[in-house]
Design a protein around this ligand. Sequence first.
Ligand code: SF4
Length: 232
Amino acid sequence: NPKLHREAMRYLVNDIYPCIQGEGVNTGVPMMLARLHGCPVECVFCDTRETWTIDPDMEVNALRAALGTSTRYARVSPEIIVEQIDELNPRRGITDILLTGGEPANQDLNELVRVVHARGYTVNLETSGTALGHVDAEADWVCISPKMDNPSDLPVLPEAVAMADEITWVVGRASDIEEMLTFVDKYPVPDKCNICVQPMSQSRHATEVCMEACERYGFRLSIQVHKYLSIR
Ligand code: SF4
């Protein structure tokens, strides 16, 4: 994939902090979230827009200077990233890392995954399925949230989907379930993959549509616990 940032194994990092996974199969699991910077997908409902643009004016030298700012990012080695994670997790109570974005798979994740594995962490990844930076990396859990009609028209790639342990599908109405069934037919979704349906904007109607689909097809209900708790 020519769009991957391969430059000397340095990663664009927007933020690192401990969190509780709020959605999907691993809801409730504490994780050290590493938000990588940069995303070309431009989803309408994106809640991390500040990660979209790789603006040199927003780049800072020290990772610490980027943390908590949302808008700034640092370009750092995997070793610096894992040191920062350890510093924020001094008792090593958290054993999982969540690589998210932005679009983390726009960067070649191989080296980063190798380094955090060597430090004993389990690697979870969240991606839109529009990039392939995770395909050679050995993440332990890959969650794909396919952004099918994204404004940038970036296609969801079959090679990305073939890596999925979990697919999260946002549902507003019954026709979204039909679209998801078509997606599962058309793409190489692995047999072991969990399908999670997620009601849009905590709507009652969407939740009912999702619950019915779970009971009918055996999907998992993902209810974005963090939004009910007003935490990030
Ligand atoms: Fe936002 Fe994720 Fe969509 Fe990128 S892929 S625009 S980070 S929701």
